[in-house]
Design a protein around this ligand. Structure first.
Ligand code: G4P
Length: 524
């Protein structure tokens, strides 16, 4: 077996979008092409519906299903594809951010009618932080939408990345005829169908045959537009794409299975195989012989009879083998795993070996935290995963004096899983939980009760943002901390965090303490 070959054929990525743009639909179609599923609709149930009210049973059911579908592996055209699923509900955005640390590239789905939306912008910020290569799929061309040129401008402006169309739509909505594939110089004609793979016609845009397929008016329009594209946008440069500076753009309709195969074929060709990963100590090359990996997600089993959890590990280098001793760096202890799982499409199975780029699941009884590193023996720490300032804050108090230990343990473990962020006020020791959305408070309360037998009470606190602060000017830093002592907290790693009550107070602080840097993410 050739390690290099195995690693080279891997493509590990996530599909991301603002809710409703078509992430689930596109993912499902990709699986269909990979032969990983055989009917449309199989992944649908994975989605936590975006209803305003939270439905507990629904969420629990979804969580159960989503373990199996959180990583979907399949083989396609001699490549091993690993798609990492991300939660649809925006209250779980932190989960998505963390998942992005385990992928080598992403496909962003944008709705042609809506253009760039809030969540797309946020996710893109994370991609930019890590120079993740991005490919864009503009979806729902079977409906009326914005002018494709305007969408390209919007993508460039809003996502702060250069774009280069690799396919171009021929009209849209009821009049949608298909796309011209600029990457392969072929015409792909649209036939509305949810299941069938469309045929493409090898045809240059200059060919006289074009008229017979799409008529003369659309032919001349297409020729003009293609000319404009070649004038305005420079040739597609794969190196720029791999460096995260340029995003190729495809158009299509995921629901109708149109443009998806073109996207996938181009994706396996140009998307990166596992990339080098920066650890604190050094850069880790995927082709190194020794195994390294890190935990990017922990999934708890909600069933109280099975308190086990699954730690998701991204393999960064070498090869992982079942029943071989690996070092849990934070514990400085060797551990071996007898039942690591692979995620092939919708089933989990015990694996014997896995390679850089793969995601494996390790059954865990509380040994792992998000960010933990496993190696063949080296003391290595993969760089911290970014935590963004939460949007909502509440004091968490113990509501059952007999169960304070359980509450403490529960809160600790849930934070290790990354369910929310914990801040401890440096002045009075009160604990504050920060989340992205209300739903997370409900998840915490429910899980503390059902998994740990602990009861919590929430008390309001008026906060705007949590800022990680640092400064070379030790005197000014000390002065700031002294003056703001009531609003200084420690995060879980013991770093200094300033809890700003309002935007105004934060602006004043930034103005008065010019030598202090205020960060809105913990990775800086
Ligand atoms: P998400 O995961 O990004 O949240 O989006 P999802 O795939 O669930 O798609 C959101 C809605 O958009 C779905 O409709 C889906 O059928 C529709 N959709 C996806 N791709 C296309 C497309 O190419 N064309 C059109 N016209 N619609 C598309 P829904 O009504 O919310 O769900 P459902 O009842 O169809 O399941």
């Amino acid at each position: 077996m050739n390690l290099k070959k195995e690693i080279q054929k891997r493509r590990t990525f996530a599909v991301i979008s603002h809710p409703d743009a078509g992430k689930t639909t596109l993912t499902e179609k990709l699986l269909l092409f990979g032969g990983a599923i055989h009917v449309a609709g199989a992944v649908k149930s994975n989605k936590i519906k975006k209803s305003a009210t939270s439905d507990w049973m629904e969420i629990e059911k979804q969580r159960g299903i989503s373990v199996a579908t959180s990583v979907m592996g399949f083989d396609y055209n001699k490549h091993k594809i690993n798609i990492l699923d991300t939660p649809g509900h925006q209250d779980f955005a932190e989960d998505t951010f963390r998942t992005l640390t385990a992928v080598d590239s992403v496909i962003v789905v944008v709705d042609i009618a809506k253009g760039v939306e809030v969540q797309t912008r946020k996710l893109m910020e994370v991609c930019r932080m890590r120079n993740t290569p991005v490919m864009i799929f503009v979806n729902k061309l079977d409906r009326e939408g914005k002018n494709p040129f305007d969408v390209l401008d919007e993508l460039e402006e809003e996502l702060q990345i250069a774009v280069r169309p690799l396919s171009w739509p021929i009209d849209m909505g009821d009049r949608f005829k298909g796309v011209y594939n600029l990457y392969r110089n072929s015409l792909d004609l649209f036939k509305p169908s949810k299941q069938v793979v469309t045929e493409s016609i090898k045809l240059d845009v200059e060919s006289a045959n074009l008229e017979s397929h799409i008529g003369s008016a659309l032919s001349s329009k297409l020729r003009e537009e293609v000319e404009l594209i070649t004038e305005v946008y420079s040739e597609f440069d794969r190196e720029d794409y791999l460096a995260g500076k340029l995003a190729p753009v495809f158009f299509g309709s995921a629901l109708n299975n149109f443009g998806v195969k073109e996207l996938l074929d181009c994706f396996v060709e140009i998307a990166p195989s596992p990339r080098k990963v920066q650890a604190e100590e050094r850069v880790v090359d995927p082709y190194e012989n020794t195994f390294t990996g890190f935990v990017f997600k922990i999934h708890a089993n909600m069933d109280p009879n099975h308190r086990s959890r699954i730690a998701f590990v991204k393999i960064c280098s070498g090869q992982f083998e079942r029943n071989v001793n690996y070092k849990h760096v934070r514990f400085n202890r060797m551990m071996k795993f007898s039942s690591p799982t692979a995620f092939m499409a919708q089933k989990k199975e015990i694996l014997e070996e896995a390679f850089a780029g793969d995601i494996i699941g390790l059954p865990d009884t509380g040994n792992f935290k998000i960010g933990d590193t496993l190696t063949s023996g080296e003391d290595l720490h993969f760089k911290g995963l970014p935590s963004f300032s939460p949007e909502m804050f509440k004091y968490i108090e113990n509501a059952d004096p007999m169960k304070s230990k359980q509450l403490q343990k529960g809160v600790e473990q849930l934070m290790d899983e990354g369910v929310a962020q914990l801040f401890t006020n440096q002045f009075n020791g009160r604990k504050i939980i920060g989340t992205v959305g209300q739903l997370q408070f409900e998840v915490i309360e429910y899980r503390l009760l059902h998994e740990y037998g602990a009861q919590c009470r929430w008390n309001p606190i008026q906060l705007f943002k949590a800022c990680w602060i640092e400064s070379e000017d030790k005197e000014q830093l000390a002065d700031f901390k002294r003056r703001k002592y009531q609003y200084m907290a420690h995060d879980k790693q013991g770093r200094d965090v300033f809890l700003a009550e309002s935007n105004y107070i934060l602006m004043m602080a930034q103005q008065d303490f010019k030598n202090i840097k205020f960060h809105f993410a913990s990775e800086y």
